[in-house]
Design a protein around this ligand. Structure first.
Ligand code: ZN
Length: 66
């Protein structure tokens, strides 16, 4: 049999340890071009601009005719 803890951990102590495990919201920036929220240091997913110029073309999804 392997090593086992001598005492049980009280729920309060367990909760104190897990007090640091929470998730946090991702930080948000706003695009200077179109002012929509985007991730910092990322190309804007709405207008495709980065550092004041368009770097990728955003293709709008085409609706199926018929
Ligand atoms: Zn943008």
């Amino acid at each position: 049999m392997g090593a086992l803890p001598k005492r049980k951990y009280a729920k309060a102590r367990q909760g104190k340890r897990r007090g640091h495990l929470g998730l946090s919201l991702p930080s948000l920036d706003y695009c200077p071009q179109c002012h929509s929220p985007k991730l910092p240091h990322h190309v804007c997913p709405t207008c495709g601009s980065y550092a004041g110029r368009e770097v990728i073309r955003i293709e709008t999804p085409k609706k199926k005719a018929g």
